[in-house]
Design a protein around this ligand. Structure first.
Ligand SMILES: Nc1ncnc2c1ncn2[C@@H]1O[C@H](COP(=O)(O)OP(=O)(O)O)[C@@H](O)[C@H]1O
Ligand SMILES: [Mg+2]
Length: 338
């Protein structure tokens, strides 16, 4: 057996959740892509399931630690998504608190595709950005209702450790002149607890199955500021616009289409106020992916400098809306900084 320790943990989880016996576990294959967890495909003979365990330490940076109980928040977020949008959710098969692990449906097949792979392959746009925006908007809106149970999502200290510190504080330390712009955003993200934030709405965590988005990897889920998920997701589209000149117009168009689809769901506050926070946060997240703790892997040195050249002026003097943001980004890229 290639992964004896993982194999044993998967068998124990399958038994604890009454999904099968030890003997029924035919094979365990680790899935690649994640840095925060052990995730594996478990073959139970007549069916395959996916199991995920939180890791006490992320695989990327030696000093980047976060508590394992975030696995509970992830499962709770997936349950919320399944309730609000059953067609856009992974089926859940139970969770073990003691093992910090849970089991879910294994999403596979010709009609299933990771959004990141789709974008990097420059495959035809089928409205993926709008669909993700719509789903996030629905979840955000539902979480502001009086009957929404916020108790599994009192996780702002985890969110601080996993998101605010590595993305914002670390970037501020690398660029002290930008501190007056970044520090207030750090406070805002920590203090505002209005909506259920997913916290990792990146194309690498979003699968499309028969045209429906399924958002996975909710370990950072917390009650938080609504600007975070849109800014985090849009950041990936903007970084890919830098990296993929042939897709640039389409990706910057996706930013505008995402915005339009998302704002329709903003019922809990003035949409323009929220949009201005997204427009302020987005360039900080861009800079974080070149000078923060978790740099994006596909950008060349030249492209990283382009990201700095686009982001830094927009951090110093933020624009009020995403239309203006796209205009500025398009202009900077067209001028041939790229
Ligand atoms: N239920 C699932 N079915 C199929 N593939 C999955 C499933 N869950 C995760 N994956 C794949 O495994 C990768 C890592 O899972 P993820 O939950 O994102 O873990 P991490 O927190 O380690 O990033 C995902 O990017 C996706 O490609
Ligand atoms: Mg992931």
């Amino acid at each position: 057996m290639a992964h004896p320790e993982l194999y044993e943990r998967c068998k124990a989880l399958v038994v604890e959740l009454a999904l099968g016996s030890e003997a029924e576990v035919r094979d365990v294959q680790p899935l690649t892509g994640g840095v925060a967890s052990d995730i594996a495909l478990v073959d139970l003979g007549d069916r395959k399931i996916c199991v995920k365990f939180a890791l006490p330490k992320l695989k990327v940076a030696a000093d980047w630690q976060a508590p394992v109980h975030r696995n509970a928040a992830e499962y709770a977020w997936l349950q919320v998504a399944a309730r609000i949008a059953p067609d856009s959710a992974v089926r859940l098969f139970g969770r073990s608190d003691a093992k910090h692990g849970f089991a879910m449906e294994f999403l596979e097949g010709r009609e299933t595709c990771l959004w990141k792979d789709h974008l990097l392959a420059e495959a035809p746009d089928r409205g993926e950005a709008e669909k993700v925006a719509e789903l996030l908007g629905r979840i955000h809106a539902a979480s502001t209702k009086n009957d929404f149970d916020t108790s599994p999502f009192q996780n702002r200290d985890d969110f601080h450790a996993l998101r605010i510190e590595p993305y914002l504080s670390h970037t501020r330390a690398a660029h002290p002149s930008l501190a007056p712009s970044i520090e207030p955003l750090e406070r805002m993200l920590y203090e505002n607890q209005t909506v259920l934030v997913h916290g990792d709405a990146s194309p690498k965590n979003i699968l499309f199955r028969r045209g429906a988005p399924i958002i996975l990897d909710a370990e950072c889920a917390t009650m938080g500021d609504a600007s975070f998920d849109p800014a985090f997701c849009l950041n990936h589209l903007v970084l890919k616009a830098v990296h993929l000149p042939a897709s640039r117009d389409r990706l910057l168009g996706d930013v505008a289409r995402f915005r339009s689809a998302y704002v329709l769901h903003v019922t809990w506050e003035e949409p323009a106020a929220l949009e201005s926070r997204i427009a302020a946060l987005l360039p900080v997240l861009m800079l974080a992916r070149v000078d923060g703790k978790s740099p994006v892997e596909y950008l060349t040195e030249g492209e990283k400098q382009v990201v700095r050249d686009v982001a830094m002026p927009l951090i110093e003097a933020p624009v009020a809306d995403l239309g203006a943001f796209v205009d500025r980004a398009r202009e900077a890229l067209r001028k041939g900084i790229a």
